[in-house]
Ligand binder design. Structure first.
Ligand code: GDP
Ligand code: CA
Length: 323
């Protein structure tokens, strides 16, 4: 059972943990999870390449993430960061912990030696039994920038320094027109038995992935059903500031509006199925009117059984759609 997931960082990681449990239970050793990951948040900082979404997934699946803080490594220290700040290097509001810097240094060394980001990610991941393969959507650099009244900021500066409070007019993917889907990511979409959209930010996580040339083609021609899990619960983008991103592209923070934004596959869009939160049961008809099969379930990704149940429900909806 080859399961391919498109995912961003925190929402993606919560879903991936649940999916790993659910897939093992349903398919045992035959479960193969591949996670096609957003790289729009990536940034060169203090001479190293930082990949926030890949690292959130890596640390979560490896069980070494800081679950309380929600990002970075558990048991982290910041001695190197303090030195960097003293030198005025990097962003003082974007802390790179010592253990985390180890990852970035290792990755940067591999890239400098000529590895692609896909290869470097594979080598980093080989350290732990993740139970999933992490596949950057592209090996090219496509940093997301945000157009604001104060100028054009790197996405991480807008997100972390301004806490997405500075109104965003537009998101721009630098270099996207010259980028290409990574071959391993394309293969993972092409030969999947099931394709899932994690409940990740529809604009700057999933939207960025979909914007890479070759991704939409791969999804359109894939034989597998495509099922999305709503990142909206009760009309809110929970745990984070995704509402500010949706506002910038003129999409309501509403489960049916996000489904409509992705579109039904039958109408030239993406989705065969859409998992709605119980709190949004009233949106079911609007989702089905798009030509998308809807199911209504609890969608809180609480670690352990609740997150596994969300993944099981997504797989079940996909199974009901297998063409
Ligand atoms: P980021 O890259 O770290 O911003 O993370 P993602 O893009 O993967 O996911 C962020 C989104 O996940 C949030 O904007 C929420 O909409 C969604 N999310 C977070 N927690 C939950 C949850 O418990 N259930 C669901 N359905 N969505 C969630
Ligand atoms: Ca992210």
């Amino acid at each position: 059972m080859r399961i391919t997931v498109l995912a961003g960082g925190v929402g993606g990681a919560r879903f991936a943990l649940g999916l790993r449990d659910a897939a093992r239970e349903l398919h045992g050793d035959r479960a193969e999870i591949r996670i096609v990951t957003n790289v729009g948040d990536d940034v060169w900082l203090a001479g190293v390449k930082v990949c926030p979404d890949l690292d959130s997934l890596l640390y979560a699946l490896a069980g070494v993430g800081d679950t309380e803080r929600g990002w970075g490594r558990a048991g982290e220290s910041e001695r190197v960061a303090a030195e960097l700040t003293a030198y005025g290097v990097g962003w003082p509001w974007f802390t790179l912990g010592d253990l985390d810097l180890g990852t970035h240094l290792a990755r940067t060394a591999m890239l400098r030696d000529g590895a692609t980001l896909t290869e470097a990610t594979g080598r980093l991941a080989a350290r732990w039994p993740l139970g999933a393969t992490l596949l950057p959507v592209t090996d090219d650099e496509v940093p997301t920038h945000v157009v604001t009244d104060e100028g054009v900021l790197h996405f991480e500066e807008w997100w972390v320094r301004t806490r997405a409070q500075l109104p965003a007019h537009r998101f721009v993917q630098h270099g996207v027109e010259r980028s290409r889907i990574a071959p391993a990511a394309r293969a993972a979409i092409a030969d999947a038995d099931v394709i899932l959209l994690a409940p990740s930010n529809p604009v700057v996580s999933i939207g960025t992935i979909l914007g890479i040339p070759g991704v939409r083609d791969a999804l359109e021609t894939a034989a597998a059903p495509v099922v999305g899990v709503s990142p909206i619960i009760g009309g809110r983008a929970v745990r984070g500031m995704a509402a500010a991103c949706l506002a910038a592209i003129g999409v309501e923070a509403d489960a049916a509006a996000v489904a409509a934004h992705y579109g039904a596959r039958s109408g030239g869009g993406l989705l065969d199925g859409w998992l709605l939160a119980e709190e949004d049961a009233g949106s079911r008809e609007r989702v089905e009117a798009l030509g998308t099969r809807a199911a209504v379930r609890p969608l809180w990704l609480t670690p352990g059984e609740p997150a596994a149940q969300v993944a099981r429900d997504a797989l079940e909806l996909a199974a009901s759609l297998t063409r």
